[in-house]
Design a protein around this ligand. Structure first.
Ligand code: PMP
Length: 362
């Protein structure tokens, strides 16, 4: 399709063209029922089939062992920042966090509203340009859980491996890198992600929670804030974001058609590699601020010598069909988000543009 942009948006972000086309085909008349999936009851067999199949696909593709619940929640990943301490931070325990960037910081701030919080490690002094080494994580044995942010979307830093936390539940915010690579899910007691980067459109947040974590939870918190409410009702306590879940279903089928997470990871490394090489071979014209060992395969952040040149870069890219390359407003600079659905051709076009821009401006 000739008029598709080179979409490097950070989220909501690119969706696979095949998924959009399939959704378009089924939009007005879903599987011959004479209605769209948005126009039917969430208790209907047609919707329930999509709902349950989406869970089954995620379980298979992500390798989720038995003994985990797969929940579809609303309120974005941001609501999880408060639901986690509300449900799991019991009196007398501490909520431990690895502070790696802007999103981890929000999770910490929210938890502090509910109880005692400890920083097991922090890279704030390094301006979040490095994920702390696993050996630097100092976990309080009295922790209710350890929370990490597997990929910091704004700074562009990503965990390359995950800590072993023994009996202390490990919770991961994977909003910006879920399904970008194989993960040993069994290391985690909970993984959650807003859908709008690698899973589908916004509107649904996926939470994968180990059954063990769901016992003995407080009954005094609002019904919709209780994981138990959603786990006991298969995420159908109230009306779920049905269309978003349907889109996640199509994205998961697309991932499976690509060959699953091993192939997806290989593609992602190749894609980000094109852009990182343009940075690294630029003799300092482009500067990747993130420590080499913490570089993200999803959000590639880089800078030019000064802001004027950065503005010029953005302006020129916009004229050539590139979208979303401006860094987050809190950090400035440039950012290319290369999620699963961003095609290799877009990354190649960007790397070529970068080399050309360098030649014309140095
Ligand atoms: N965590 C991370 C790592 C994110 O990138 C984002 C969104 N960009 C969030 C949490 C918040 O997600 P939401 O907008 O769905 O609340």
């Amino acid at each position: 399709m000739g008029n598709r942009a080179y979409n490097f948006n950070a989220g909501p972000a690119a969706l696979p063209l095949e998924v959009l086309q399939r959704a378009q085909e089924e939009f007005v008349d879903f599987k011959g029922i004479g209605m769209s999936i948005m126009e039917i009851s969430h208790r209907s067999s047609e919707y329930e089939q999509v709902h349950n199949e989406t869970q089954a696909l995620l379980k298979r593709i992500f390798g989720i062992p038995d003994g985990y619940q797969i929940l579809f929640l609303t309120g974005g990943a941001s609501s999880q920042f408060s639901m986690i301490p509300m449900n799991f931070l019991k009196a007398g325990k501490v909520g431990s966090y690895v502070l790696t960037g802007a999103w981890a910081e929000k999770a910490v701030q929210e938890a502090a509203l509910f109880g005692e919080v400890a920083l097991a490690a922090s890279s704030k002094e390094q301006k979040f340009m490095k994920i702390p080494a696993l050996s630097e994580i100092n976990l309080d044995p009295n922790s209710a859980y350890l929370h990490i942010t597997s990929n910091e979307t704004i700074e562009g830093a990503q965990f390359q491996s995950f800590p072993d936390t023994g009996n202390i539940p490990l919770i991961g915010d994977m909003s910006s890198d879920i399904l970008s690579r194989p993960v040993d899910v069994s290391k985690f007691s909970m993984i959650y992600a807003g859908a709008q980067k690698n899973l589908g459109p916004s509107g649904v947040t996926v939470a994968i929670i180990k059954d063990d974590l769901l016992v003995d939870l407080p009954k005094t918190i609002p019904t919709m804030m209780r994981y138990e409410t959603h786990s006991k009702n298969n995420s159908l306590y109230n009306t779920p974001p049905a269309y978003s879940i349907y889109m996640v279903n199509l994205v998961l089928k697309w991932i499976e058609e690509q060959g699953g997470l091993t192939v997806i990871e290989k593609n992602n490394i190749e894609k980000s590699g094109l852009i990182y090489s343009a940075i690294d071979s630029s003799n300092g014209f482009y500067r990747g601020p993130v420590d080499l060992g913490s570089r993200s395969n999803m959000n590639i952040t880089f800078r030019l010598q000064d802001e004027e040149l950065e503005k010029k870069f953005i302006k020129e890219t916009e004229g050539q069909g590139f979208v979303g390359l401006k860094g987050h407003r809190s950090v400035g600079g440039l950012r290319a988000s290369t999620y699963n659905a961003v095609p290799y051709a877009s990354c190649k076009a960007l790397a070529e543009f970068m080399t050309d821009f360098q030649q014309r401006n140095s």
